[in-house]
Design a protein around this ligand. Structure first.
Ligand code: ADP
Ligand code: MG
Length: 233
């Protein structure tokens, strides 16, 4: 995984522990996880060109090593349908980010394809002081924030653990297709959890991984936002 090592050592060199969205998704792609195609645009013109290349509708997000919670900065604009939408979104993101984080160094915006809606789930890794890396799975949005409906296992996990984690979720019915909603591809989600576990198990410098949200579909799933944090040492 040459790409992964390069990204980790570049971050170290810059004395950074938080990887950008693009770096995080590049690492996760290398691990074998499907992520939205995400590129950096340093200018408004570049954002328009990349949107055209990736295809509308596009999504623009603030790209700054100093801003990790992009929505808090007014830094996420979805469903941009044409050039005019992208130009407006770019200007709004910049104005809002500069106002809310006046000291942030802004690289530009990321441009990515708009994922079609699916069931929002989250996956991640946190490090426990006594157990080491712990893998997490849950339903996204209000389910994780308000209901804390999340399952945890110590890394490494096996297939049966991945199956159990998904079965443990109180909102499991939502993954089975609820009121006409598309059911989630549970085998694929299990496979993603195993890949994540294997990666972290063999990469001790990972402190935290946050994949929030992942859109789950009838066939497969896609990581829409990701953040990786490296250990301080
Ligand atoms: P934050 O840094 O605030 O967590 P996100 O990248 O998660 O920012 O974006 C906020 C929300 O915007 C997501 O929870 C998701 O609902 C939506 N979103 C982000 N990226 C995409 C995308 N590529 N396609 C569709 N929806 C997206
Ligand atoms: Mg997010």
């Amino acid at each position: 995984m040459a790409n992964v090592n390069e990204i980790l050592s570049q971050a170290r060199k810059e004395k950074r522990t938080v990887l950008t969205e693009i770096e995080s998704k590049t690492v996760l792609k290398e691990v074998g996880l499907n992520c939205t195609d995400t590129r950096l645009a340093a200018t408004r013109e570049n954002a328009v060109a990349l949107s055209k290349e990736i295809g509308y509708p596009a999504v623009l997000k603030i790209a700054s090593k100093d801003i990790t919670h992009k929505s808090d900065a007014g830094g996420v604009k979805v469903n941009l349908k044409d050039k005019a939408d992208v130009e407006r979104a770019y200007d709004e993101i910049m104005a809002s980010a500069r106002k809310k984080f006046p000291n942030a160094v802004i690289e530009g915006v990321t441009v990515q394809s708009m994922a079609r809606p699916g069931t929002e789930v989250i996956m991640g890794i946190v490090k426990d002081p006594s157990f080491g890396p712990v893998i997490m799975f849950g339903l996204g949005g209000v389910f994780v924030e308000v209901l804390k409906d999340v399952a945890f296992r110590i890394v490494p996990i096996e297939t049966s653990d991945a199956v159990d984690m998904i079965n443990e979720i109180k909102g499991k019915r939502l993954l089975e297709g609820y009121r006409g909603q598309e059911p989630a591809d549970l085998a694929y989600l299990q496979h993603m959890l195993l890949k994540l576990s294997d990666f972290v198990n063999t990469t001790p410098e990972i402190e935290e991984i946050d994949m929030n949200p992942v859109f789950a579909y009838k066939d497969g799933a896609v990581v829409v936002d990701a953040r990786i944090i490296l250990s301080a040492a």
